[in-house]
Design a protein. Structure first.
Length: 350
């Protein structure tokens, strides 16, 4: 709004000056022509010169506002660059060495600024190499608990451990180097397929990258692209399907070779064929790694060693799939509801 007001005022002011100058020239020049000190042709020529100068001055209006807009945008960019992150290394932070992948939540509670607690007294241990699924209704706190592991936030109360070390005592770079993340919405850059794959490990050579793509079931569709691995994917990967983008994200994680793997339900928005290919790639990726999965489709959690069920920010059930079904609690109710809906949809199609 400030820029709009400035542009309007400055443009009107410059236009007023230009036309006022022309009016003054015409008035003074007309008097000179009447007095015989100036010819009509000279007056017309002078007016044309004045119009050219006025139009040039008018161009400065646009130039000035563009400069002001650029200055404003640059200021915001530099403010963002200079912003200090709230999550930072402690003065005596240590570097991780030989990570096994054991994760523990100790009396963890969390509240976003200005809100009530969204997590309450979470006590949960994840063994090295274990696959744990987080399940619960929307708003139960699954994503918040998930985001505490790479230390996107710090708990309001309690603490999170990796191999017995409080995350707040570890160097952030060291912590995040051992964590791989496959999000629900993969972020791709407007470069080539190879550029996007290499983002998982900037030091990887071409052969290693292609091997990772094969392990992620991505090689078969990449080779069909016009320039194969050198094909441009477009802004945000617009030239690729959802399943193809997810397989590139999995290949990135394979390249990174993390000890801890975080999966934000990587198959929730895919068709059956793509989901099957992505699921196969995920199974290879999860082998021998500590894995935490946010599960929206309960069919994907059967392979998890244990399932943690959250409700209203509290951990209410923990155990394997068969055990939780036998307890006939929230998990069993969610499971029956989801598969009853699936059965009804199948019946409608039939």
């Amino acid at each position: 709004m400030e820029m709009a007001r400035l542009r309007s005022a400055f443009g009107a002011f410059v236009s007023f000056l230009g036309f006022a100058s022309l009016a003054a020239i015409l008035w003074f020049g007309g008097r000179e022509v009447i007095a015989g000190r100036l010819s009509g042709g000279q007056l017309i020529a002078f007016l044309i010169y004045g119009i050219n100068i006025a139009s040039s001055m008018g161009a400065f209006t646009g130039l000035y506002t563009q400069l002001q807009e650029a200055a404003g945008a640059s200021r915001r960019i530099f403010e963002l660059i200079d912003e200090q992150p709230e999550i930072a290394d402690s003065p005596n932070a240590i570097t991780l060495d030989k990570v096994r992948g054991g994760i523990a939540f100790r009396q963890v509670s969390f509240a976003y600024p200005g809100t009530q607690h969204v997590l309450h007294d979470i006590d949960l241990e994840i063994q090295p190499g274990e696959i744990l699924a987080l399940v619960g209704p929307s708003g139960a706190g699954k994503s918040t608990l998930f985001n505490l592991i790479p230390r996107f936030y710090d708990p309001t109360q309690g603490y999170v451990e990796l191999d017995g070390q409080d995350l707040r005592h570890l160097r952030l770079e060291s912590l995040r180097q051992v964590i791989g993340l496959v999000p629900q919405e993969t972020q791709l850059f407007s470069g080539t397929v190879m550029d996007n794959l290499k983002y998982g490990n900037l030091d990887a050579d071409r052969e290693t990258i292609i091997a990772a793509a094969r392990a992620a079931n991505a090689d078969e569709f990449i080779e069909r692209l016009p320039q194969a691995y050198d094909t441009l994917v477009g802004e945000r990967g617009v030239k690729l399907s959802g399943g193809q983008r997810q397989r590139i994200a999995i290949a990135r994680a394979i390249l990174k070779n993390p000890r801890v793997l975080l999966l934000d339900e990587a198959t929730s928005s895919l068709d059956s064929e793509s989901e099957n290919l992505v699921q196969q790639a995920l199974e290879r990726l999860m082998a021998d790694r500590t894995t935490v999965i946010i599960a929206h489709r309960l069919s994907t959690v059967k392979k998890a060693h244990r399932i943690a069920v959250l409700e209203d920010g509290r951990l209410i059930e923990v155990g394997p799939h068969s055990s939780l079904l036998a307890q006939n609690g929230l998990y069993a109710r969610l499971y029956r509801m989801q598969f009853r809906s699936a059965d009804l949809s199948t019946a409608d199609l039939a």
